[in-house]
Design a binder for this molecule. Structure first.
Ligand SMILES: [Zn+2]
Length: 199
């Protein structure tokens, strides 16, 4: 019991009280449910790896998005984590492909360019030839945080230096939909102003 509580409390957002509650819940659950949970954890570790092209999660060599010929392979959206692909897909606004960095640059945490899939991104952009279509645009969709911004600027710089014809864009920072201007914090409002577009 203690071992289960210990393992559960390693999960993000799970304190020791919650871990204990979950452990008791598992103990009371049917054998079938408890085994299904254990099996799914084992299976995800055995079968899920990273896509050889974009480093998104996949159970094949290439993820479904990279395999999809209906998607625009000339546009690459760069995100920090595999989990960032899901909300972008949910918008149905984007039909290009992705590149998952595996984090953001952070000198404080000792995360350098070599720790992220940045060289792989630069190689992808440069690789335009017969069978891979030329990349026209790279959308930098790293988080609007200090580390995310620093990562976007670093990559933009590297891309501009190597591929002068390439369009490099950053996601606009806007105001939350359905809220009033007076409730927006000044950083968000300032970014929304800087990123304004003509109508
Ligand atoms: Zn992929």
């Amino acid at each position: 019991m203690q071992r289960l509580v210990g393992e559960l409390s390693k999960l993000p957002g799970i304190g020791s009280r919650t871990a204990q509650r979950l452990a008791f819940h598992i103990l009371r659950a049917s054998d079938e449910d408890a085994t299904a949970l254990a099996d799914s954890i084992r299976e995800v570790k055995e079968r899920i790896g990273l896509c050889e092209v974009c480093f998104n999660l996949t159970d094949e060599a290439r993820c479904r998005i990279c395999q999809d010929s209906r998607r625009d392979h000339g546009v690459i959206c760069v995100v920090e984590e595999p989990g960032d692909v899901i909300p972008i897909e949910r918008t149905h606004e984007y039909d290009g492909v992705y590149h998952v960095l595996g984090g953001a640059l952070s000198p404080i945490e000792g995360i350098d360019a070599e720790d992220l899939k940045i060289a792989e991104l630069l190689a992808r952009v440069a690789a335009a030839n017969g069978d891979t279509p030329a990349v026209r645009e790279v959308v930098l969709a790293t988080n609007p945080t200090t580390t995310g911004e620093a990562t976007a600027l670093y990559i933009a710089d590297e891309l501009h230096g190597r591929s002068p014809g390439l369009t490099v864009t950053r996601l606009a920072s806007g105001l939350p939909v359905g809220s009033d201007l007076e409730y927006a914090d000044e950083v968000t409002l300032g970014k929304a102003f800087a990123g304004r577009r003509s109508l």
